[in-house]
Design a protein around this ligand. Structure first.
Ligand code: BDP
Length: 776
């Protein structure tokens, strides 16, 4: 049993009678017991926070302390809030709210016979039990108001009797509706298939968690995107490439026998936001994952995830037929190679009948691929697609390719893939990073979106904050994702948004997908910080519906993760919504990009030219010199602009029309160029860097007022991380200004503080053992 007795002890002992929530694990008896001890109420909301002890007989207080002290000792180990429960905390709601809901949840009518029905029922009971302080009794008939009925027409006669059109919901959709059954009001969570009912149940619980009215429900939800997939960049040795949340959660060594409970919680969390696929291993893949030993382990994970509607996928190494198949070649047109992959697919599907398919990074950053045999990406993808097709599997082939000798790196994916449009099998998706370079704090959308109408294009976002401050910077990625999804490609005129490319509606594709590079690891809080959980959450929600507002999603997440108290919710959501722009300002304002430390990608290094390849060097991207700064991608430069539809290309080509947020992405601009503000570029650059640091100071200030609304553990960690963020934001600002000033030769505009150290100092900093360091 978990109960915050540590807090009771602390608060009682410090002359306060704490008002303690009966936490989700406390039964009514425990609550009654606490009431007898005159301890009531909530533990985390300021409005019902600790308050001075009422006058009470001394002996009573001492007895209380004694009893509690005994309990404290007996109940060890104690669990503080550590973020493990994510947004599925299901802690008891405020008394009044819980009472309102209880009248709608007196009775639960649903049976469970399949594994998915079983976990759905368990989740509902767990959620209601926690949120309302009591789980409703089950029944098989609607005999009172307040029944909750969950299921499909096939699983429940009551639901069949509602005659709702469930066919149009497809495999994963659901309806939540207030209905009347036998003259009683009831809440029906209805789907065509079990998995829809699970999704609907999570939705219903979210309404409760966020204290929404459930009086007259009429919700219909169908996912906009078919494959909603996490990409784990996890290596089999437990290290996570670009992971900042500990080691890999896959304990390969102990699998398949030990199926850690954490795997189930992982599946619950993903199902709660509609994620239905997971690629278990790094795109920089070794061949071992395809050996029989590892496939057994993969199958064990697939078994855990299956009831939650989650399929497993694997990243495969293109040269695996050589490495583990002992063939002399991996040429995709070689019949022996083709046979090897077919056999491998058959072997996998015997173990995992619902295996999702393969993710492939080929001929990119040293990975093997079809071009090693003078074949095209289509040849490679199609060979794998043919092996998977009989089983219903798909190939997610990455467009993240660029070669050392190519021209402007931003152009290469388009140049490589656009000519192949129409050459891929039906079960191939091309997985495209959101921008043309590499997950920078801000990039324009990739020109491939809209440029390959005959091919399903899958979005790839990076949830892990490789370029956005690792674990410690508070950067909510919702606005970044939304900015990309709502960008207008203009390929079929106005309104041809990236979201419409991704959801298939623009070019009539039914096979659609969105991938997010996971930020999950063994840290108790899963994601390296409490606020990084929001990035996992928002990815899932936007993959389900790319048109949702990132603010709405942030608000729901805050309410579920921390508290519904508006005095907390509003300022914290505002802080989250501004946090990405703050990071852009203190790292890469005005369209700057790729100026971070080499290899490990930690901290600023705009001066760096140490990498072997030009296109890995920050100086290649910022091109700062005495005249100006920025990468000329106009028609007189690399002409990357013309990879976009003409209307967009014309805009990006014209310095006066290019949004200033992308100015230095597309233009090499003189330092004295006049910006919209009337100030020079140099002035604006310094102003943006300074603004970024000021924004972080404000975030800290906002957070300092949140003390007391939530548990001290999470409050304190966020506060400390924000202090780290401020320190590092200052470092970014100062190091970048120092370097760019050394190039511009201009004095600092009046009113701005000079960098705290010399450029030499910043250039002298080196870092060993940086987390997440790439292994290839
Ligand atoms: C870059 C990462 C590198 C990945 C690569 C990829 O730095 O670790 O392997 O992307 O996406 O962002 O393949």
């Amino acid at each position: 049993m978990l109960f915050p007795f540590n807090r009771i002890c602390r608060t009682v002992g410090s002359q306060y009678v704490a008002e303690i929530h009966a936490s989700r694990h406390a039964g009514t008896n425990m609550k009654a017991f606490l009431h007898r001890l005159a301890i009531t109420g909530a533990r985390s909301d300021k409005d019902i926070r600790a308050r001075p002890m009422h006058p009470a007989p001394r002996v009573h207080a001492w007895m209380t302390m004694l009893v509690l002290a005994v309990i404290c000792v007996c109940m060890a180990p104690l669990h503080a809030e550590d973020g493990y429960e994510l947004w599925l905390r299901y802690h008891l709601l405020a008394t009044q709210q819980a009472a309102i809901y209880r009248s709608h949840a007196t009775q639960l009518i649903e049976s469970a016979s399949t594994p998915t029905q079983t976990v759905t029922r368990a989740e509902l009971l767990r959620g209601l039990g926690g949120l309302l302080g009591q789980a409703p009794p089950s029944s098989d008939a609607v005999t009172s108001n307040g029944a909750i009925i969950v299921g499909t027409p096939g699983s429940s006669p009551v639901i069949a009797g509602l005659h709702l059109d469930t066919k149009s919901l497809g495999h994963e959709g659901y309806i939540i509706r207030t209905v009347e059954v036998n003259g009683h009001a009831a809440t029906a969570i209805v789907a065509h298939d079990d998995i829809g009912a699970l999704y609907g149940t999570f939705h219903f619980l979210r309404l409760l968690q966020t204290e929404q009215s459930i009086d007259h429900l009429d919700v219909t939800q169908i996912p906009h995107v078919k494959l909603r997939v996490l990409n784990h960049w996890d290596n089999l040795n437990g290290q996570v490439e670009r992971g900042y949340a500990g080691a890999s959660i896959w304990d390969w060594w102990k699998l398949p026998d030990w199926r850690a409970p954490r795997y189930t919680d992982y599946a619950r969390a993903n199902a709660s936001i509609g994620i239905n696929g997971t690629v278990l291993n790094n795109v920089n893949a070794g061949a071992q994952i395809l050996t029989p030993t590892y496939l057994q382990k993969v199958a064990a994970l697939a078994d855990v995830f299956r009831p939650y509607g989650i399929r497993v996928y694997l990243s495969v190494r293109f040269s695996a037929p050589i490495e583990i198949g002992h063939l002399k070649t991996a040429d995709p047109l070689d019949p022996q190679v083709q046979r090897w992959w077919r056999d491998k697919a058959d072997e996998i599907y015997k173990l995992i009948p619902d295996f999702g398919g393969f993710l492939v990074k080929a001929n990119s950053e040293g990975q093997p691929g079809p071009q090693d045999y003078h074949r095209t990406h289509a040849d490679g993808a199609n060979m794998l697609a043919d092996a998977l097709a009989p089983h219903g599997g798909v190939v997610m082939w990455r467009a993240f390719v660029y070669s050392a000798n190519g021209e402007d790196r931003a152009k290469q994916a388009y140049d490589e893939f656009k000519p192949l449009d129409g050459h891929f099998r039906d079960n191939v998706l091309i997985q495209v990073k959101n921008g043309p370079i590499d997950f920078q704090p801000r990039e324009p959308f990739s020109p491939l979106f809209g440029a390959m109408p005959k091919t399903p294009l899958m979005m790839e976002f990076e949830i892990t904050k490789e370029y956005l401050g690792f674990a410690t910077h508070l950067v909510y990625l919702g606005p970044l994702f939304q900015e990309v999804l709502s960008s207008d490609t203009m390929v079929h005129g106005k309104g041809s948004t990236v979201a419409k490319v991704i959801d298939g509606s623009l070019d009539h594709h039914t096979l659609t997908g969105m991938a997010g590079v996971a930020n999950i690891g063994t840290d108790r809080n899963w994601s390296g910080s409490d606020f990084n959980q929001a990035n996992w959450y928002v990815f899932g929600r936007l993959a389900w519906d790319p048109t949702l507002s990132s603010r709405t999603i942030a608000e729901q997440w805050v309410r579920m993760t921390f508290t519904n108290n508006p005095a907390f919710v509003k300022p914290v959501v505002d802080m989250m919504m501004g946090s990405r722009e703050a990071a852009v300002d203190y790292m890469t304002p005005l369209g700057l990009h790729h100026i971070m430390g080499p290899n490990h990608h930690y901290g600023p290094a705009p001066w760096d030219a140490s990498e072997a390849r030009a296109d890995w060097r920050p100086v290649y991207y910022n091109r700062a010199d005495h005249q100006g700064i920025g990468f000329d991608r106009t028609r007189t430069g690399s002409d990357a602009v013309d990879q976009y539809a003409p209307a967009v290309a014309d805009e990006f080509n014209d310095i006066t029309k290019t949004p200033e947020t992308l100015l230095l992405w597309f233009h090499h601009v003189p330092w004295d160029y006049r910006m919209h503000s009337g100030q020079t570029l140099w002035y604006e650059l310094v102003a943006h860097y300074t603004q970024g640091v000021d924004d972080v100071k404000r975030m800290r200030e906002t957070w300092s007022h949140m003390n007391g609304y939530i548990d001290p553990e999470r409050y304190q960690q966020v506060a400390t991380f924000l202090a780290i963020q401020q320190k590092e934001a200052q470092w970014w600002r100062d190091a970048c200004i120092a370097y760019f000033q050394s190039q511009s030769g201009l004095p600092l505009p009046p009113g701005f503080a000079p960098p705290q150290h010399s450029l030499k100092y910043y250039q002298s900093l080196t870092f060993d053992f940086v987390p997440g360091y790439s292994s290839w």
